[in-house]
Design a protein around this ligand. Structure first.
Ligand SMILES: Nc1ncnc2c1ncn2[C@@H]1O[C@H](COP(=O)(O)OP(=O)(O)OP(=O)(O)O)[C@@H](O)[C@H]1O
Length: 235
C-alpha cells in the first residue's frame, strides 16, 4: 500500500496542494477527479519522484518500478510500433518472453496489424493506444496515468477504457490515474478521490466494488454517483 500523508506543495508562493491524505491499495485502480489546475499532474509528479513535497510523506514507494503514461503519447518517431515496444522492454525482459509480451499487448490493443507502422502514420487515438500498451507491458508495480484519454472522442474513449481494463486484468497492478472526466473514473476506478479547489485536498472518497467489466454508466448507482460528484466538483 502507498500512503500519502499530509502532503503540501507550493509553486512561486501559490499553494496548490494542502495537507493531502490518501492511500493507494495494492492491485487496485485509484482515480483522482478534479478541476483543471487543482494539482492532479503535480500529485503524479510527486509520486514519480519528479517533484519533492514541501511537507508530508509518501511511503510504500521505495524501489517500486513505476510506469508513467503522459497526456501526450511521447513515442519515438524513428521507431515502428513494435520498435517502440522493444525499446522500453529490451533491458527488462529477455527473449523469447519479450516477443510474447509485445504480441500479447499489441493484440489486446488492436495494434497487431500496425506493428510496422511509424508513429507519424498513426491516428492520435492509435498513438495513445501504443503509449498505453508500452506502459502496461513495462514491468511495473505502480502505473501513473495522466489524463490518457483526454484527446479522444467518446465512443473511442469507451472502447479504450474497456481495453485498458483488460490489460489491468493481466497483472492487476496498482494504478493511479487522473482525469477531469467523471465517466472515466466511474468506468475504471475502484476508488475515486474527488479533489477540492485550490489549495487542494481530498474532499470525498468513493469506493466502487463492481467488477470493471460490469460497469454501466446508465445504472442507477453510477447515475447517482455521477450527479453527486458533479455537485462536489461545482462547489
Ligand atoms: N513546475 C511548476 N512551476 C510553477 N507552477 C506550476 C508547476 N507545475 C504546476 N504548476 C501550477 O500548479 C497548478 C496545478 O497544476 P497541475 O498541472 O498539477 O494541475 P492539473 O489539475 O493537472 O491541471 P489540468 O487538469 O489542467 O492538467 C497550476 O496552477 C500550475 O500552473
Amino acid at each position: 500500500m502507498i500512503v500519502i500523508k499530509g502532503v503540501s506543495k507550493t509553486f512561486n508562493g501559490s499553494k496548490i496542494l494542502e495537507d493531502l491524505f490518501f492511500t493507494l491499495e495494492t492491485g487496485r485502480i485509484t482515480c483522482i477527479l478534479g478541476p483543471s489546475g487543482s494539482g492532479k499532474t503535480t500529485t503524479l509528479q510527486l509520486l514519480a519522484g519528479l517533484l519533492q513535497a514541501d511537507k508530508g510523506t509518501i511511503s510504500g514507494l521505495q524501489g517500486l518500478p513505476i510506469s508513467y503514461v503522459f497526456q501526450e503519447p511521447r513515442l519515438l518517431p524513428w521507431e515502428t510500433v513494435e520498435g517502440n515496444m522493444e525499446f522500453v522492454l529490451k533491458n527488462q525482459i529477455a527473449m523469447p518472453q519479450r516477443q510474447k509480451v509485445i504480441e500479447c499487448y499489441l493484440e489486446l490493443m488492436g495494434l497487431t496489424a500496425y506493428r510496422n507502422y511509424y508513429p507519424h502514420t498513426l491516428s492520435g487515438g492509435m498513438k495513445q493506444r501504443l503509449a498505453l500498451c508500452r506502459a502496461f507491458a513495462f514491468p511495473h508495480q505502480l502505473l501513473l496515468m495522466d489524463e490518457p484519454f483526454k484527446s479522444l472522442d467518446t465512443p473511442l474513449k469507451i472502447s479504450l477504457l474497456q481495453e485498458v481494463a483488460k490489460m489491468w486484468h493481466i497483472n492487476q497492478n496498482t494504478i493511479l490515474f487522473v482525469t477531469h472526466d467523471i465517466a472515466e473514473g466511474l468506468l475504471l476506478g475502484h476508488k475515486l478521490l474527488v479533489y477540492s479547489n485550490k489549495p487542494t485536498s481530498v474532499q470525498r472518497e468513493f469506493l466502487l466494488d463492481d467488477p470493471l467489466c460490469q460497469r454501466d454508466l446508465s445504472s442507477p448507482t453510477l447515475t447517482k454517483l455521477y450527479s453527486e460528484i458533479t455537485r462536489l466538483l461545482k462547489n
